[in-house]
Design a protein around this ligand. Sequence first.
Ligand code: ZN
Ligand code: ZN
Length: 337
Amino acid sequence: MRAFVVTAPNTGHIEEVAKPVAKAGEVVVKIARVGICGTDVEFFNGSMPYLHDGQASYPIRLGHEFTGTVIEAGPNVDQSWIGKRVIGDVMMGCGKCSRCLDNRQHTCQDRYEIGIRNGFNGALAEEMSIETRFLFQLPDVITEELGALVEPGANAWRVADAAQAKPGKRILIWGTGTIGLMSAQFCIAMGAEVHMIGIDPKTFPLALEVGAKSANTEVQPIDGGYHVVIDCTFDPSIPAKALEVVEPGGRVVLIGVDSNPAPINSRLLVFRDITVVGILSASPGLQQSIDYMAAGKVKLEKLVGATIGLSEVLDAFNGKRPASAGPGPKILVDPSR
Ligand SMILES: [Zn+2]
Ligand SMILES: [Zn+2]
């Protein structure tokens, strides 16, 4: 089968590789769609911190925002999985340590991350193997396109949950990329008022279309201030600014990360009585993401700019969008093409 392999910084190609075989506890999933995200681009260009601290190394088969259909079930696996449409948890804990047993398997020291950590092959390929304990079955109303958005959507659900979004809350979101726009949708679906800041005004029409009250390049003061500030950028200067902008007693939610540390003044946390929450992964929000999408409470498909084949992935990693791409920031890949 074909898989996209990154062999060195800024170097990748399609390789003919062995088809996966389902071992005990595993199934093989035929990939229908896989999203390309900022993490993949960081792996491609070599800036991803895991490449520098031993958690990942080249060659690497990327792809973690996937959906597909189970085509093979391994020994001891319920054969009724075959034919089911699924997504999988990217973070795969050992299942035995205290963190895993405490439902924090996304923080397991020994975890694999699909297409990211400890050499687990990703979904930028025709097929992929995965243990059934990490699978979520999709209802029919979740299309293949939506299925590939469940994982980033779950990160955004967790952001909105950490922001305690609800009617009466005024929330400022820094960053109008995929996670910013998805987080806006979940915050709005929970009843909050959302304002956005981005560096590219071309993204603002989409921000307003998904329901943001305003979109600007600089923070605009509003009556009563912002109860919550959310950082969905790659800019290490934003967390410090968020602590200054948020209302005293408010919350700051951090999901964006740069390869450089983002220093903050902890005295501000104390004097302004701020709660800061960091979000690492989608894991604890996957079912909620599926449920919100299935109920039509969020329209994440608005963020898809184009769907490409494996042969166009290299261009996408190099920042070249297809000529026909729409305004949405998210590029999906159909590996059968
Ligand atoms: Zn991602
Ligand atoms: Zn564990």
